[in-house]
Write a protein that binds this ligand. Sequence first.
Ligand SMILES: Cc1cc2nc3c(=O)[nH]c(=O)nc-3n(C[C@H](O)[C@H](O)[C@H](O)COP(=O)(O)OP(=O)(O)OC[C@H]3O[C@@H](n4cnc5c(N)ncnc54)[C@H](O)[C@@H]3O)c2cc1C
Length: 715
Amino acid sequence: MRSGRLLLLAFIAALVAVYFSFDLGQYLSLDYFKTQQAAIESYRASHPWQTALLFFLVYVAVTGLSLPGAALMTLVGGAIFGLLWGTLIISFASTIGATLAFLAARFLLRDGVQRKFGDRLGAINAGVAKDGPFYLFTLRLVPIFPFFVINLVMGLTPLRASTFYWVSQIGMLPATLVYVNAGREIGRIDSLSGILSPGLLLSFVLLGIFPLIAKKAVDLVKARRVYARWPRPKRFDRNLVVIGAGSAGLVSAYIAAAVKAKVTLIERHRMGGDCLNTGCVPSKALIRTTRFLADVKRAGSLGVRAASAEFDFGAVMERVQRVVRTVEPHDSVERYTGLGVDVVIGEARVTSPWTVEITTEEGMRVLSTRAIVIATGGRPAIPGIPGIEEVGYVTSDTVWALRTLPRRLLVLGGGPIGCELAQCFARLGAQVTQVQRGPQLLCKEDPEIAALVMQRLRAEGIDLRTEHTPLHFERDGDAWTLVCEHAGGQVRIGFDQLLVAIGRTANVSGFGLEALGIGVRKDGTVDTNEYLETIYPNIYAAGDVAGPYQFTHTASHQAWYAAVNALFGRFRRFKVDYSVIPWCTFTDPEVARVGLNEQDAKARGIAYEVTTYGLDDLDRAIADEAAHGLVKVLTVPGKDRILGVTIVGEHAGELITEFIVAMRHGLGLNKILGTIHIYPTLSEAGKYAAGAWKRAHAPQRLLEWVGRYHAWRRG
Ligand SMILES: Cc1cc2nc3c(=O)[nH]c(=O)nc-3n(C[C@H](O)[C@H](O)[C@H](O)COP(=O)(O)OP(=O)(O)OC[C@H]3O[C@@H](n4cnc5c(N)ncnc54)[C@H](O)[C@@H]3O)c2cc1C
C-alpha cells in the first residue's frame, strides 16, 4: 500500500514536472490558441475522431493533475467542436478528470489526514455523510470555487466516489455550457475573466444554494408533517414539562425555572432518581465503609502490628441509607418547589406532542405544554438465562435492602457497577464469584488497565471467571448453581445470592412514545438528533434514556442542551458537545478516564503516541502505601495535544480533573509541565506524566550541540 502510494506520487510528480519544465502551459493560453485556431480546425475537419479523442485525453490529464488551463480548454472545446459536441466531450472529460484527482487525493492523503485530525473531523465527516452531495452540488454550481480545490478536498472526506462523479457531472454542466457557448465566439474574447458577468454569477449562486434551501424546506415540511395528526392546543399550560426527576430531569427543570419558564417536573417514584437512591450515592457510601475495612486489613503495611474492625452488615447498610437521606434534601420536592418548579408526584404519559397526562393519587390531569423533556432514565437489564426468575436475584435497584450478608455471592457482569459492588461485598466478607462473558472486566478500558483492577480483585479473594458464558441455573438444595460454558466445557458455580449487574436498559416504553412513533435505537435508547430532539422538534430526551453515556454528569450535561433548546431553540439551537467526556469506576484502585484510550483510537483510525507514568515512582503514593497504578496519556504524534488520559490508582477520579480542564480548554502537556504542583501530592502524577512525554521529545541533536558547547566552555 505504502509503495503503491509512493509510486503514484512519483508518477504524478513526474507528469507535473514535465508540464512545468517543458513550459507546456504556454500552449494553454488564449493567445496561443488564436494563432493556431485555423490549423487546428483544418486538422479537425480531416480527422474529427482523432481530434476529439486527443482533446478529451488532454482535458482529462489537465484536470486529473489539477493543472491550470481547464477553463481555457473549455472555451477552446466550444470553438473547435461547437455547443453540442463541445459540451458532451468536456462534460465527461472534466468529470472523469475531477474524479481521478479526487481518487488520487483519497488514496494519497485521506488516511493520513483522518488519522492525524480524525478526532476533530468527526463533525465534518458526519456532515458530509449526511449532506455531502448537497454541499458538493452547491460548490459545483458556483464556479467561484476553484474546481481543482473541490476535487482534492472532497477526496479527503468520506463521500463515495460514485456520488462524487454523478453530482459533479450534473453540477458542472451549467458552467460548462456557458464556457463552451462563449468559446464559439472565441475570436471576440480577450481574457477569461469577462466570461461570467456579475448577473450570470449571481444566477449560479442562486442555483447553487437552491438545493440546500430546498432540502431545508423539505426537512421543515417533514418536521411539520409529524405533527399533522395531532390537534395543536391554542394555548399552553406550560413552557416545559419534564418527565422523571433524576439527574437529567432535575437539571432540566432547574434551568427552566431559572430562566422564568413555567415548568412542571413529574416523578413517579423517588425524587433524585437512580443516582441518589440506588446508584452513585449509596454505592459510594458503601465503598467508603469497605475501604476502611480494607485499610484495617492492611494495617501491617502501615507499620501497625494489629488492627481489627467489628461491624454489623445491617448497620453498614443502614448508614448507606442515612447518607442517602442526608443528600435527599438537595433533590427534594420542597427545594425544587422553592426554586419555582411545579413538582408533581405521579406517573406521566405523553398523549400528544403537546400534552402530558399525569396519574397521581388524587386522580388524573392533563397538561398542555410547548415542549417536553423525556428524562425517564434506565433500569437494570436482566438476561434471559433459564432459571433466573426462580433464583430470586437482586440488582443495583434492590441490593440496598439486604440486611444479611450473603455467604456466597455470585455477581453476573464485569462492568463498573458489577466491579464496584463485587469488591464491596468481598471486603465485607462475602465469598464473591464474578462471572464475565468477555476476556476482561471493564471492557471499555484498555487491557492493561483492566488487568490492574482484575489483579487487585483477585488478590482480595474474588473468584473472577472471565470468558464464562452462563447457560442455566439449577437448584442445589437451599442454594443455587450457575452452569456456565467455559473453554469448551461446562463449569458449575455454587452461590447463595445472585446479583445481576450486566448493564442498564433505557426506560422507553409504557408512557406513550410508541403511539407517537418516537423511535428507539439499536441500544434501546430514544432516537434523538444532535440537538437531543426526537422526531418531534419540541420533544427532547436527556440522560440514561437518551444515551450514549450512563453517568450523572453526562445526564446533567445533556439536560442543559435539552432545556435550552426546548425553550430557546427558535432563536438558536445548540448541538450537544461530547468532545471531552470523563468518567470513573470507583473500584480500588479507581479507574478514571477522559477522551480516547488505545482501543478507541485504533477503532477510529486516529494516530497517537502513548506516554505512561507509573505511580510506584511517586513520593506521595509511596508514603501513602498507594504506589500502584499509572497515568497513561495519548497524544497527537509529535505534539503535546492530549487525545485522552486514563489514570489507575487511588483518587484517580480526582486526579483526572487536571486533564479534563486541559482537554476542554486546549492546553497541552507542556502547559501541565509548566504548572507548579504541590509537593508531595498525588496530583504531581499528572506533571510527571507530562515530564515523561517531554523527555521522550527532547531535541537530541540540539542537546548534543549544547553538550559540545559546555565541553568547549570547560576548555
Ligand atoms: C449502582 C450504580 C452506581 C452508579 N454510580 C455512578 C457514579 O459513581 N457516577 C455517575 O456519574 N453515575 C453513576 N451511576 C449512573 C447514574 O446513576 C445514572 O447515569 C443517572 O442516575 C441517570 O440519570 P437520569 O436522570 O437519566 O435517570 P434516573 O436517575 O434513572 O431518573 C429517571 C427518573 O424518571 C422516573 N420516571 C421514569 N418513568 C417515569 C414516568 N413515566 N413518569 C414519571 N416519572 C418517571 C424514574 O422514577 C426515575 O426517578 C450509577 C448507577 C448505578 C446503578
